[in-house]
Design a binder for this molecule. Sequence first.
Ligand code: LLP
Length: 430
Amino acid sequence: MDHFQYKAGKLFCEDVAVRELAETYGTPLYVYSTATLVHHLNQIQEAFSEADPLICYSVKTNGNLSILKLMHQYGAGFDVTSNGELHRALAAGSAGQKIVFAGVGKTDLEQRRALSENVFLFNVESEAELVALGEVAGSMGRKAPVALRVNPDLPPKTHAKTDTSVKGVKFGLDIDTVLEVAQRFVNHPHLDICGLHMHLGSPILSVEPYKQGIAKAKTLVAALRGQGHPIRILNMGGGFGIHYRKKEALPAQAFAEVIVPAVRELGCKLVLEPGRFIAGNSGILVGRVIYTKESGGKLFVIQDAAMNDLIRPTLYDSFHRIWPVEPQAGFEVPPEDFEQPGENTVSVDVVGPVCESGDFLAKQRHLPPMHQGDLLAVFSAGAYGMSMSSNYNSRPRAAEILVDGTKHREIRRRETCEDLIANEIGFLNQ
Ligand code: LLP
């Protein structure tokens, strides 16, 4: 369910016509729906309510401060992976006690700041990190709360660049040696090893990996408790998939049915770190067609949203539904299946102005005939869109708009050319 709907052939975000937003704020433009963000957070809160979980919205997914504030206002905590993300979560009003800190390479500075903000949990990924965190906590006269992040060695199921739970990736403690490592930290004066963390990858469209992960988690929790670690937290990370092509995603309830009974059986507090499930279908990227052209027997639609705005298609071969914001007569209703040709659609590559052949949002896509000035909406762009954007080709980053009913607010202004050079002061000062 999302609040991007065509009404009489015009795309609306909640009660606002997307064309109006494009005309007011320019393109490329990220547009988010408040109701969709809140709906998806609620879905998780309700599905898992029996376990009374700490739901930590994953800041890396979309860290815009207004979105974080919305999450905070509706009861979420935060999953952060850098000092910058911690800074954002705190700036959004979160208490440290609702923040979990992940990442394979936390620095001394990050550990220190997180400890002084009293974060709920460090998800620790290596023996070296346990040693370092123990030393930092010791120097502050503190005891750091730790979940051991284990790499459960489950088969790949996402994309080579987003699988995190297979052997040979950098994430987590190796499941074959985690107990040996944990044994060396029993009764550590400055580490409270009280949790197990297991993020399985992203996005996941089946409950099977969670079933397998939970089975391994149960064995590990028992073994860690046997060593004397008071394990009271199970953090199952994020990973719940969304609709990118059609209606392929599972409801939150399906994951809850696998996870909730296990945490109750273990007597653990549940932590979840969802990102994409909340933000993904809550945002679109709007681009405007600059030119169309034919070359090498192919048709190209060149519009102003590029790989620097949304890198997922070229980085992961990701599929995002694309359709005109105000389609011409005969195309008012977007197709059920965007992968099949429709009546009178034309096969095109949707590309941006960046100087790389990898600059595309879609290849061989079936669209109505497009013309200069037309607006295109790229759907399911709310997660890992703006947060992975860059200034490549010295393109100022897009503006972000948050819609709430009939109201809309610019929650990040479009960057200017002055912004692009603002940090490069050395030469100018010479
Ligand atoms: N927790 C941890 C430890 C993670 O590494 C991630 C995502 C999450 C939670 C949130 O996962 P989610 O619920 O959003 O699936 N850029 C890629 C996705 C990278 C995911 C990184 N980790 C993409 O655009 O598909």
